[in-house]
Design a protein around this ligand. Sequence first.
Ligand SMILES: Nc1ncnc2c1ncn2[C@@H]1O[C@H](COP(=O)(O)OP(=O)(O)OP(=O)(O)O)[C@@H](O)[C@H]1O
Ligand SMILES: [Mg+2]
Length: 347
Amino acid sequence: MNSEKPPAAGGCDPFALVDAVQARTQALWPEAAAAAGLQEAGAVFRRMQLNSGVLHRRCVLEVRTADGQSYALRAEFGGTDPLRHTRSLDRHQAAADSLMPVSGVSAPALLWRDTQNPFVLMEFVRGDTAHRELAVAEYGFGDRGSILRRIGSAVAALHEVSAAGDRQFWPKPFLTRVANQAQAVRDGQLPVPKPNKFLGLCAYLHRAGRRARGQPFRAAVEHGDLHLRNILMSETTVSFIDFSNHDGIFPQRDLANIWLANCPDHLAAEGCTPGIGLVAQADWEAFQDGYGAELVNDPVFRFFYAHRLFRCWVGLCQKPPEQQMKSAQVAARAVQVLEALLADEDD
Ligand SMILES: Nc1ncnc2c1ncn2[C@@H]1O[C@H](COP(=O)(O)OP(=O)(O)OP(=O)(O)O)[C@@H](O)[C@H]1O
Ligand SMILES: [Mg+2]
């Protein structure tokens, strides 16, 4: 997913495009440094790794100032709704402020924001992405269970400081969209892979929605794009970046996203006993232990887990042709997750 090679756009040299985006981002530094009260001269810039699909319009730089401090400068050129972005940044800042007293969990403070565009200077967070921490644990560096426990407990702290009261769950708006997409598949307007299986997932979602209907839950403002590359981990701290929501209040959506946003990367590997939704049983145990709640028996969480699978499946229709092989693998795994959910329903 994070391949270094940027996509070709409109016949231009993709590497030249990426360099141009970096140059435009670097050009923001004088204004950002002045506004944040930092020394502008003598800074050095390092490009951070991004999703290959956005390299032609987004750039994140580590800026190292002459006094040895680091900052993160992030810029997006086109492709975002400015109002939505402003609200997500407000949400990011609110999370950073409210996590301040919580030890070991943080979000980087925003030091400068452009008033019109999605350009921002942040504190630089030390550490690796949670995705990488888990990957190196596979090679014997670090313990997967303790990493997942730490992530679970940090996400619980984020949701705790983002609490939005006790609510009841009403699935109707979600199910209306599910029904519309199912109709589009039947009409041949939405070319999802494995359409019959996909329709089976839509039917499952209606049953799962019925089971979750009216259930109480503790609402919390969502992170909105909580996947394991947006969680950075150092020895002491778990940090959240890249907030992408301001008004969604279903914490279960964040939790489902962790496992399925990069489907099938975090599902049970060969040789591991699979649990609910094909996440390894041991992973559920560690994560839930850290989060402090039994998610797999929560009908609202189960609904959102299946709903995230649904979104992942629909998203396969928009993948570029060069990702055909990968999409076929994701679709095959999505079918297996669906079958596991169905088998579990029969128990
Ligand atoms: N404040 C920060 N401190 C340190 N590193 C950062 C910071 N912000 C971003 N990064 C690095 O840059 C990478 C990309 O940043 P970010 O998540 O904001 O963009 P993105 O990955 O393109 O977004 P998406 O998650 O939507 O794909 C992160 O994975 C992280 O390694
Ligand atoms: Mg990110």
